[in-house]
Design a protein around this ligand. Structure first.
Ligand code: SF4
Length: 442
């Protein structure tokens, strides 16, 4: 039987990543001045990977004996026993158009991913069914032959998989012919395998963040043995030494992180990898252990330099001074850091955003990201405060780089100019350029 996973994207000059923002997706729209457009172009070319659940779903289906194909273009889909379409907020309207075309072609179609889990009825208007929850676990447990034969319809629930080791390793080799997956920050132009050690996040910022909404607030972990086996597979079979951990908070359990690092060293795997984590779960001692195991790149959310702004949004953060010292110390070891900031949080004003920009420069990390606060459907803050304040009619505007709600202190123009200014000022400082050229010896 032939199953196609169709992963459609809207036309854009920016990098769209449906794996980010808890699977809702983001589109890096840095601004329309010359410098920001060049930056967008490089980010689009150099960081590419589909959602992790796609690679997992392909491997589950292949293991069950199906012929599985991955496509981005609806025009290449003419016949299939089943077509599974990825969902996201950032390409929502495009996905609906694609579903309409599949209906015209009379192809049995289901929708998968985080966003269809939040708004299943919007997708059901154009599709036969929606898988609500993690699709890879649904595909693993359900009888797919019966699903196709009986042409089941409606919302099909996927019980969250407690044991992540149950899943076969994701089928990243499916993407090798098109050059991916890639993550420049870790491995420049070579391949980098996105990988997972855990899912879920217990932090209080679930108030506005989609990761806990989608993956749960209880952390589920793969065993160290299972992670090592996967790394060995990519290394030994495909000679790939570069990995990007996609856990929301990689080092949330320090002892397990240390165990993984020790195992990587013991086996002399000589890989390099990147992670995302919360600065509360990192210290110099752990950073040194991680570096010796191959860590070369960390993403950390700082969001704002204002304690009041963070408190109002229920974001737990360590003290500013500690953030500054820690990032500098981590970079000194040889780990590149990307600090991530958000403008337009509920109580932000122009001055607090400028203070945040100045704080980012003070830290002077190798990379910095400046995005715009986005209240996402499915999060507590959306339901309690923003549902009736949304200005846009298109979900595709929820890119993290557009203001989608009526802000009490800031306008769209304020925020767009802040983002533009921030990228330009941050990356064109001589102190940053010197540091970057030294790191990459360009
Ligand atoms: S720590 Fe990160 S992943 Fe967890 S809720 Fe906060 S922003 Fe989301």
């Amino acid at each position: 039987m032939k199953i196609i996973i169709l992963d459609p994207y809207k036309k854009s000059n920016s990098k769209i990543n449906k794996d980010q923002a808890g699977g809702y997706g983001t589109s890096n729209e840095f601004g329309d001045n010359f410098f920001n457009l060049i930056l967008s172009y490089f980010v689009k070319k150099l960081i590419q990977y589909p959602p992790l659940y796609v690679a997992y779903s392909i491997s589950v289906l292949k293991k069950k004996g199906y012929d599985v194909f991955y496509e981005n273009d609806i025009n290449l889909v003419n016949s299939a026993d089943l077509c599974l379409v990825t969902s996201s907020i950032v390409c929502h309207e495009t996905e609906l158009q694609v579903l309409k075309k599949l209906k015209e072609k009379k192809i049995y179609t289901g929708v998968i991913g985080s966003f269809c889990t939040t708004v299943p009825n919007l997708y059901l208007k154009e599709s036969d069914f929606v898988i609500s929850g993690e699709p890879e676990f649904f595909l693993l447990r359900e009888d797919i032959n019966s699903l196709i034969k009986e042409k089941k319809r409606g919302i099909l629930k996927s019980a969250s998989g407690k044991n992540l080791d149950e899943l076969p390793f994701p089928s990243w080799e499916t993407f090798f012919n098109s050059g991916g997956p890639k993550a420049f920050f870790i491995n420049k132009f070579g391949k980098t395998i996105p990988i997972l050690a855990s899912r879920g996040c217990p932090y209080s910022c679930f108030n506005y963040c989609t990761y806990p909404t989608q993956q749960g607030r209880t952390v589920r972990r793969r065993s160290v043995k299972n992670i090592i086996s996967e790394i060995k597979l990519w290394k030994e079979k495909y000679n790939i030494n570069s990995f990007l951990f996609r856990d929301p908070v990689f080092s949330i359990n320090n002892p397990q992180t240390e165990e993984l690092c020790n195992e990587l060293k013991k086996r002399d795997l000589k890989i390099k990898f990147g992670i995302e984590t919360h600065l509360n779960n990192l210290n110099l001692h752990l950073a040194k252990i991680l570096y010796s195991a191959g860590l070369r790149y960390v993403e950390v959310g700082i969001e704002s330099s204002s304690e009041e702004v963070l408190k109002d949004c229920k974001r737990f953060s360590i003290k500013k001074e500690k953030e500054l010292d820690l990032v500098k110390a981590i970079e000194k070891i040889g780990i590149k850091v990307k600090t991530m900031f958000i403008y337009g949080m509920p109580t932000d004003n122009y001055k607090s955003c400028l203070d945040t920009l100045n704080f980012s420069k003070q830290i002077n990390a190798t990379y910095s990201q400046f995005s715009i606060f986005t209240p996402y459907p499915g999060t507590p803050i959306y339901d309690t405060e923003y549902k009736n304040k949304i200005l846009t009619k298109k979900f595709e505007d929820f890119t993290q780089w557009q203001l989608v709600f009526k802000h009490k202190n800031l306008s769209t123009e304020n925020l767009k100019s802040l983002v533009k200014k921030s990228y330009k000022e941050y990356y064109l400082r001589s102190i940053w350029l010197l540091k970057y050229f030294k790191i990459y010896r360009l």
